[in-house]
Design a protein. Structure first.
Length: 165
């Protein structure tokens, strides 16, 4: 465990986050910290409406500390939640954080440790990555997280060229 990142996690979540990160496949705490910091600022009641750019209507809502999208929640809970799926509560920070940790760990494994792609997939969806249809704002999200963690070596060269200094 990298002590520096452990201490950056708010005390209320620290031990739970470290334990689940380790059990999920030794997910580095730097990755968890920057993702949750950006997604919700460690606020368990955070939410964000996803607006359809054509119709202007809300098509989904990201909720909780890990910003779990309600459109995909059932699948995430089935695949990544370690408790009884019938008792999952998106607003319970433990349920949400555990699911988010295991989801990110799975994305890291899926993309062979490629943090840039793992963060893109967390934000924009795995299908976008597999089809190579990643939106510019999703690429910026991945770059932002890697820069927050001072892990710029994980940013692909073609994306580094596009970063404004």
């Amino acid at each position: 465990m990298n002590e520096k990142w452990y201490w950056k996690i708010p005390e209320r979540y620290r031990d739970f986050a470290a334990k689940n990160s380790y059990e999920a496949g030794q997910l580095p705490l730097w990755a968890l910290y920057v993702m949750i910091e950006w997604e919700s600022g460690w606020q368990p009641k955070a939410h964000h409406n996803n607006i359809d750019p054509v119709t202007g209507e809300i098509w989904s809502v990201d909720r909780g500390i890990g910003q779990i999208c309600n459109a995909y929640q059932k699948g995430y809970v089935h695949d990544f939640y370690k408790g009884d799926p019938k008792k999952f509560d998106v607003w319970n920070w433990r349920d949400n954080l555990q699911t988010s940790i295991y989801h990110l760990a799975n994305l890291r494994k899926t993309f062979d440790g490629n943090w840039y792609k793992a963060f893109e997939a967390y934000n924009g969806g795995i299908i976008m990555i597999l089809k190579n249809t990643v939106k510019p704002e999703v690429k910026k999200y991945a770059i932002r997280l890697l820069k927050m963690a001072n892990k710029t070596e994980y940013i692909p060269i073609e994306q580094k060229k596009k970063i404004k200094k």
